[in-house]
Write a protein that binds this ligand. Structure first.
Ligand code: SAM
Length: 224
């Protein structure tokens, strides 16, 4: 997808973008391409892939979830900043935490944040299970399984958990019952151009169950 096609597709789904945001995305794309080898960031590195499979695929979530309803969000396994940095560019008032266990990716993100002059955005080089922050929501694209992520990050999200994935995955009733979660949105859609299948699931935590999360070894051994 070229930049002009990207802008047209945003229009189709009623996402407004300013000249400043268009320019920020250009800077992001160029920096990603120039630093990719050094930091080992992504296999999708052509202009077309970046606009479609990183930028569009990240911001499309705002069609399914209202980020104006929350104040803070943690992007777990953010990699080269997807979707966390894109969400920050479009929702500048949000406090965003970018988490990844890979130190190289965090280094790249620190440089990117300076380059884009973003504030209220924090990087954390950590594994999910070692995090001790709390935010209104957690988001993750293409990371782990649903049961693993929802329990491991249970103490982080106070309200909503937003998972972006490829094909649909079964969600067990145990997971919903034990973690007191309710599915508030579950949508399958196709990316424009490539027609790749995507799924978005939004969970809301009705009430925190103090018995969870269990110890890491147990979560691995007996997923909900
Ligand atoms: N979310 C990004 C995207 O959609 O482009 C990156 C997805 S990549 C497939 C998975 C990322 O999760 C990697 O950057 C990896 O380092 C990170 N990751 C994997 N396990 C993790 C864990 N337990 N804690 C934190 N990050 C993790």
């Amino acid at each position: 997808m070229r930049e002009d096609e990207f802008l047209q597709e945003l229009k189709k789904i009623n996402i407004n973008i300013s000249d400043e945001q268009i320019n920020m995305l250009k800077i992001y794309k160029n920096y990603l391409q120039s630093q990719n080898e050094l930091y080992n960031l992504t296999a999708l590195i052509s202009d077309e892939d970046i606009y479609l499979k990183h930028f569009y695929d990240s911001i499309v979530v705002s069609k399914y979830y209202n980020f104006n309803d929350i104040k803070s969000i943690t992007d777990i396994g953010t990699g080269a900043g997807f979707p966390g940095v894109i969400i920050k560019i479009f929702f500048s008032n949000l406090k965003v935490y970018l988490v990844d266990s890979n130190g190289k990716k965090i280094k790249f993100l620190n440089e990117l944040i300076k380059l884009l002059n973003l504030n209220q955005i924090v990087t954390i080089n950590s594994r999910i299970e070692d995090l001790n922050i709390k935010t209104d929501a957690v988001i993750a694209r293409a990371v782990g399984s649903i049961s693993y992520l929802s329990e491991l990050s249970y103490n982080v999200y106070q309200k909503d958990l937003i998972l972006m994935r490829g094909r649909k995955e079964e969600i067990s009733q145990n997971l919903l019952n034990y973690l007191n979660l309710k599915i508030i949105k579950q949508e399958e859609y196709l990316l424009p151009v490539s027609k790749d299948i995507r799924n978005i699931i939004v969970f809301n935590k009705k009430m925190h169950n103090v018995k969870y999360p269990r110890k890491y070894v147990l979560i691995k051994k007996q997923p909900l």
